[in-house]
Design a protein around this ligand. Sequence first.
Ligand SMILES: C[S@@+](CC[C@H](N)C(=O)[O-])C[C@H]1O[C@@H](n2cnc3c(N)ncnc32)[C@H](O)[C@@H]1O
Length: 226
Amino acid sequence: MPRWSGGLQNVAKVTNHRHGKPAKVQIRQNVLDAVGRDVQVFDAFAGSGEMHREVWRKAGGYVGCDQKWFRDERCAYVADNRRVLRSIDLAPFSIFDFDAFGSPWEQMLIVAARRAVRPGERIGVVLTEGSMMKLKQGGIPKALGVAAGLTGKLSGLARWRDEIIERAIGGFAHRIGCAVDRRWQAAGKSAAQVLYIGLVLTGVSDAVERAADSDSRREETFAGLS
Ligand SMILES: C[S@@+](CC[C@H](N)C(=O)[O-])C[C@H]1O[C@@H](n2cnc3c(N)ncnc32)[C@H](O)[C@@H]1O
């Protein structure tokens, strides 16, 4: 098992919730506290606004995005998030929330390609990783394969899910020019076996440092949900 360490107390408190909501809330709160409450959040899968009500409303700014329109006070794009992420200026946002039903990696790769992070700058990324069903069926979401650097036809990928996600996080960090400084994670216990992951990343000054740092996990937290 990986070398999980600090921050455990924050997520471990919420291990018994069937739906994972307490862990999702706690992870977002941890990321907001670590990056700074005055920052702006881009919530790419904004939904009905549960995470906004619980955490993101406390941030300095918030812009959501969802294919569906929800009648509430939030400022939000009603559109496919891939079009929006490819179109708008991402520089004002320091936290990106990818609470997808399935795989969030296509959206994450767009952000990695378009959001320049200055050396020393901190950003937060929160994701719900739901690729396990596809991996069990013998496939891999294309963007996850790209982020993880996996090419060719591969079989039995479900067994390697955790390693694939590690590689994909490292690949994302490398592409966006950052090192992973902090990480919180909780595992759902439903058949979908989703992972809830919060990352704090810091911009690094050159590619060599970036590659080295992205492979190391300095602080990580893991909690299973029952
Ligand atoms: C798990 S829900 C998000 C819940 C939300 N985080 C909350 O706090 O209420 C996923 C949402 O993503 C939206 N969605 C799925 N694919 C999308 C896309 N390509 N662009 C925008 N929204 C999308 C769905 O309409 C759904 O509301």
